[in-house]
Design a protein around this ligand. Sequence first.
Ligand SMILES: Nc1ncnc2c1ncn2[C@@H]1O[C@H](COP(=O)(O)OP(=O)(O)O)[C@@H](O)[C@H]1O
Ligand SMILES: [Mg+2]
Length: 458
Amino acid sequence: MNLKFLRSAKISLKLTIIYAFMFSLILLVLSSVTLYGTKYFLYKQANKQVQELTVIIKNKINEQQEQPDLYSKEFFLDIPSKENIYIKISDKDGAIINQSRRVNFNIKSKSMDGKTRRLEKNEKHLIYLNTRVKSAYGVLYIQVVKDLENEYSFMKILFIFMAIADFIGILASLAFGYIISKKMLIPIDKLTNTAENISINNLKERIEVEGPDDELRRLGNTFNNMIDRLQKAFDSQVQFVSDASHELRTPIAIIQGYANLLDRWGKDDKEALEKSIYGIKLEASNMANLIEKLLFLAKGDSYTQIVEKQYFKINELIEEVVQDTRLIDDAHLIKNRENAVTEVYADYKLLKQMLRIFIENSIKFTPQGGFISVDSFVENGQLQISVTDTGIGIPEEDINNIFDRFYTVDKSRSKEKGGSGLGLSIARWIAEVHNAKIEMLSEEGRGTTVIVKLDLKN
Ligand SMILES: Nc1ncnc2c1ncn2[C@@H]1O[C@H](COP(=O)(O)OP(=O)(O)O)[C@@H](O)[C@H]1O
Ligand SMILES: [Mg+2]
């Protein structure tokens, strides 16, 4: 038994020891109860026998019509079950009148209270009863003694038998306990092995869950679910990185293209020069935009995005956002029909950023002359902020996906408007850190309404 074995078998060893200990305890208690029970029963039987015999002798002396021959050996002839029994009749001075047989002991007890007594002497176990009888012969003393020799040899055999049985039982419980606990822990070993094999490069492995619906099976399932979640998270990270690089490749390619154009014609051709500079500036700003969004999401993923909640008046924020929007967008009618005067506990900058994302979308996807309304109202203890537009709307089949990263309804449509598909992902993250819900209602060709629902009591 080397150390490694002990270490790896720790739980099973512990289980075995506990199991064997309990089993041995039960076995020993059971054996002792059996032994003591048997002893008690045998003593009781012996007591009874001695008492019955005393009564028989008494009756024989007193009640018989014919005078029995008290002095004759025949006197004891018809006494039942004389085996290991000794009967002595003596006169009032203690002189023996008659005895059933010769024995090598002599009990000189004078107690006459009719109770049986025990005597352990020279490895002999005796039960005796002394009685005083008044008879035609005068006062007599009857002594009935039972030698428990047979009972004791029976007990001895029983004890040896039980000791052997206990010994075998304890050995067996150790062996079985070890085998059973080992077997029960096999799934845990499997779990350990699988866990050891799992790494970022190998999230495919799963534990085989079989057998009854017990704790180990649940542990296996929990473990598998955990790996599922890990794999999902990891896959989406990989996807995110690949999408991000893809998105960055396009503006870089465009900038490279303009740089080549400049290199070839820009020195002489003023038009090419201006076109290139304009293009490079635009793409660089798109790229900066994209990188900023990527950074925001990365910080959100790694919980390093700072969220500073404070109390402020939501109507002031809405007013500010509406003013800003009117400044940058004169192609639409920007309205503010309702504005709840109430305090909220939130991150001012993040909430503003979220509204900007919705408003930017509305501006992008609403034809000139349409209107955009930013409103807020309180309903059922909830603050609701809505951004409504009369734009092109979102197809029903896309509405569940537009919050996914890089998802745009129509790639070409969104691209030319400088969209990356990250805006709503950011908005969703901001809503989540505020425990807010975003509802998106849209009808193609008629317009879109985004509602943010924020609990006021928190
Ligand atoms: N108000 C809106 N009207 C029409 N389509 C919208 C509106 N808001 C969002 N969408 C759709 O959802 C997509 C995802 O939006 P977003 O995440 O902000 O990405 P981006 O604006 O960069 O394209 C948009 O590409 C657009 O197709
Ligand atoms: Mg957007």
